[in-house]
Design a binder for this molecule. Structure first.
Ligand SMILES: Nc1ncnc2c1ncn2[C@@H]1O[C@H](COP(=O)(O)OP(=O)(O)OP(=O)(O)O)[C@@H](O)[C@H]1O
Ligand SMILES: [Mg+2]
Length: 342
């Protein structure tokens, strides 16, 4: 730190634990450059649950993997921007330092639980290994602690489950084991990528309550990646909406859901099933998610699907414009001269 005292404000209520500043993560593929994350900025405050939503392919997982520095490389690379965690830029951090942070201060529940649980190791041992690495406890007390954590994440008969292999568990139980592993080191930030996909509604609700409980009891900040606005409404303090690698809208959950301001967020909300009988009959958003290798640089990527688009939307990229308290949308509609704009 060159002897300079760094003021870190993440313990101050409302202070940022993590700041993404103009993050660009691109994938260099044989078919062209996929701009999976293309200039995304937002903050996650201490003790906050932040939702990250968007259609499939919008860059949610790539954002999470960028923060973890676990991008598939090649083809992915962070080409621009900063990821400040407690004031330190993770994009510049040497591999050995990032390894110390990953799994201890920041951990992630991955989209596909089976890829991150080792099928050949009993679940208790997998959780206790995390504890051993981060606390230095010998294996026996670490296993005891692991069983305690498995209990805390709502696994009944945790002692028995600890001696089982992942394939012996139901999807909901495996998800809880994943969460147990992710929180075993008491991280400051937990990135949960679609943690309840493929679970039935009751188990979904239990897993989400569990995440909230972890935030409440340990003060963990959570980045919750989901395509489900119902989940956002239920658990997130704030939400960021991604469209084709860019931020369409961001704000407090209530504000964004009650007053969706970007035409894309409005369309997303119209496509949410309201009742059980509507489930599976999502109103689709007209048009297709654009191919990320063929996108112009200077446009609003949503314009081909937008009912309000004018020619400016094809030739300029909108900035985020303030809509209300802490609520921003990147849409020209909110610029002063929209009425006169062509
Ligand atoms: N290994 C890869 N090689 C090439 N392109 C990739 C690779 N991984 C992801 N992509 C592309 O990067 C873009 C963003 O992907 P990402 O996985 O972040 O989307 P997502 O929002 O998490 O989607 P989903 O909701 O389906 O999980 C997509 O266009 C995807 O096709
Ligand atoms: Mg994903």
């Amino acid at each position: 730190m060159n002897g300079v005292l760094k003021v870190v404000d993440h313990n101050r209520p409302g202070g940022a634990l993590l700041s993404l500043e103009n993050l660009r993560t691109h994938l260099f593929t044989s078919k062209g450059v996929v701009k999976a994350v293309d200039g995304v900025s937002f903050e996650i405050k201490a003790h906050e649950i932040m939702g990250l939503v968007g259609e499939s392919g919008s860059g949610k997982t790539m954002t999470g993997l960028s923060i973890m520095r676990l991008l598939p490389s090649p083809p992915a690379r962070i080409v621009d921007g900063r990821i400040l965690f407690n004031g330190e830029d993770l994009t510049k951090m040497p591999d050995d330092e990032i390894r110390k942070i990953r799994g201890s201060k920041i951990s992630m529940v991955f989209q596909d639980p089976l890829t991150s649980l080792n099928p050949l190791i009993r679940v208790g041992k997998q959780v206790s290994e995390v504890i051993q690495i981060h606390s230095g406890l010998p294996s026996e007390p670490a296993l005891g602690k692991a069983i305690e954590i498995l209990e805390q994440v709502g696994i009944p008969e945790a002692g028995t489950v600890a001696s089982q292999y992942p394939f012996e568990l139901s999807g909901g139980m495996r998800q809880r084991v994943m969460i147990a592993m992710a929180v075993a080191s008491r991280p400051e930030l937990l990135i949960a990528d679609e943690p309840t996909t493929n679970l039935d509604t009751t188990i979904q609700a239990q897993v989400l309550s569990l995440l909230r409980q972890i935030r409440d009891s340990q003060g963990t900040s959570i980045l919750l990646i989901t395509h489900n606005l119902g989940i956002v409404a239920w658990i997130c303090d704030r939400v960021a909406v991604l469209y084709a690698g860019r931020l369409a809208e961001i704000g407090p959950t209530n504000a964004v859901l009650r007053n969706p301001s970007h035409p894309y967020t409005q369309a997303l909300l119209r496509s949410v099933p309201r009742t059980d009988s509507e489930r599976g009959k999502l109103e689709t958003i007209p048009g297709e998610v654009p191919r990320l290798t063929r996108l112009p640089i200077n446009d609003c990527h949503f314009h081909p699907r937008c009912p309000h688009a004018k020619s400016v939307c094809q030739s300029e990229q909108p900035d985020l414009i303030q809509i209300g308290k802490d609520h921003f949308a990147s849409c020209f509609i909110y610029s002063k001269d929209w009425e006169r704009t062509k």
